[in-house]
Design a protein around this ligand. Structure first.
Ligand SMILES: Cc1ncc(COP(=O)(O)O)c(C=O)c1O
Length: 414
């Protein structure tokens, strides 16, 4: 799918960041294969990460490239000095819509996935006698909004288990669809689980839900900016995300996509002018009072930055680095990888346990001894270590991480 760039449009404005991004875009035109190290070294130069730090926790928060930081700062400076018109919402919706392959009119901009999922949970009419169904791999940001509404309304929130490690898309599909009952009104699922980085077959599940009148709510915190997406190809009813993760946008940039029928049906959680005007569609939910528009400037710059790199190149590089890491881990005795081996299910995050080593102690050791940032999945008592690979990571960093782990495996934590 061709991504529409809004850079040419923005280049004609008084803003400085689109001009800087145009130069980056020109510099990144040629090459960019997953092992084109000269290209990826130029990409890394766009980030502020010091060379002695190894950041393997993009799954929690993505470090913005310099041009995104500049877009935010420029917006704040301009507002403080000359009160210019704000960010153009049509540009923002158009740019994001094109990036996600989604109808721009369905886009809402809350602060994060947690808020987006809360908008959905609070805004649906849940029927007495029905249930909400979810998996045992949901993040609190996608789970607690349902806990809250279910406990308030006295409705069951039922959880089913996903296979670990998942062997195939069919196995995942069967475990999800097999858990649906005739009481299920809402199915809430991650697109990519935060626990093991497993890609769930939400597109296929969406078809089943549609046929059975079940509302599918997808927590898509991770895929935008990590995987090439074309939401229109499966037309989700609700898709929530956090562009401050893989899309490398500033903190507090959230996203909620509403399928067409819900744009007039979902109750807004926050009400301001136009909340009850069906003519505004999903845009009713964008009337949130005064808020920090600088993050929207940053979000737009982040989308255009990834467009300049090219999402096909991004996904291939993310996968190349993860595969290198994963193969290294699988080759180490005593390491149990819980992420899927199948490339259709694998993403930019790999989780594992090291026999006899507590993951939290390992995390502290890596941070203190070598400035390596990781994430431990303590939730649900899983206790796995999770590593993420994004475009600013270099193969040498992956190898260094593996070396450090191998040292702990052989010699224990010192
Ligand atoms: C799958 C998933 N959902 C939701 C969230 C919550 O994201 P946020 O804090 O941006 O709301 C996270 C955060 O890591 C996540 O991994």
């Amino acid at each position: 799918m061709r991504r529409r760039s809004f850079l040419s449009l923005l280049g004609g404005t008084a803003l400085a960041w689109p001009k800087a991004l145009n130069a980056i875009s020109r510099d990144l035109q040629a090459g960019g294969g997953p092992q084109d190290e000269a290209f990826w070294a130029r990409v890394r130069e766009q980030f502020l990460i010091p060379p002695d730090r190894i950041y393997l926790n993009n799954g929690t928060l993505g470090p913005s490239p310099g041009v995104v930081v500049e877009a935010v700062a420029e917006h704040i400076r301009r507002v403080a000095s000359t009160f210019p018109p704000g960010v153009d919402w049509e540009d923002l919706k158009g740019s994001l819509g094109s990036f996600l392959g989604a109808d721009p009119e369905g886009l809402v901009f809350p602060r994060n996935t947690t808020e987006a999922m809360s908008f959905v949970a609070q805004g649906l009419e849940l029927d007495p006698g029905k249930e909400v169904l979810t998996s045992d791999h949901e993040h609190i940001g996608g789970l607690c909004p349902w806990q809250l509404v279910c406990s308030r309304k006295g409705l069951p929130l039922r959880t089913f288990s996903l296979p670990v490690p998942a062997g195939s898309s069919e196995e995942l599909f069967d475990s999800i669809v097999g858990a649906i009952s005739d009481k299920t009104q809402v199915l809430s699922l991650s697109h990519v689980t935060f626990t093991t980085g497993t890609r769930l077959p939400v597109e296929k599940v969406a078809r089943v839900c549609r046929d059975r009148g079940i509302v599918l709510v997808v927590d898509g915190a991770h895929p935008p900016g990590m995987l090439e997406l074309d939401l229109a190809s499966w037309d989700p009813e609700f898709y929530a995300s956090s562009p401050h993760k893989w899309l490398l946008a500033p903190q507090g940039s959230g996203l909620l996509y509403l399928g067409e029928e819900w744009r007039t049906r979902l109750w807004p959680t926050l009400a301001s002018g136009g909340w009850d005007d069906p003519g505004l569609g999903a845009q009713r939910l964008n009337h949130l009072g005064t808020f920090d528009e600088s993050r929207m400037a940053g979000l737009l710059a982040a989308v255009e930055f990834l467009n300049a790199v090219g999402m096909d190149r991004v996904e291939a590089r993310v996968r190349f680095l993860r595969k290198r890491l994963e193969e290294g881990l699988r080759g180490m005795p005593g390491v149990e990888v819980v992420s899927p081996a199948d490339e259709d299910l694998a993403t930019g995050m790999v989780s594992f346990a090291l026999d006899g080593v507590d993951s939290l102690a390992l995390q502290r050791h890596l941070a203190r001894s070598a400035k390596v940032r990781t994430r431990v999945i303590s939730e649900y008592d899983y206790g796995w270590m999770r590593l993420s690979t994004h475009i600013y990571n270099l193969p040498g960093e992956v190898d260094r991480g593996l070396e450090l782990l191998d040292d702990v495996r052989r010699n224990g934590l010192s």
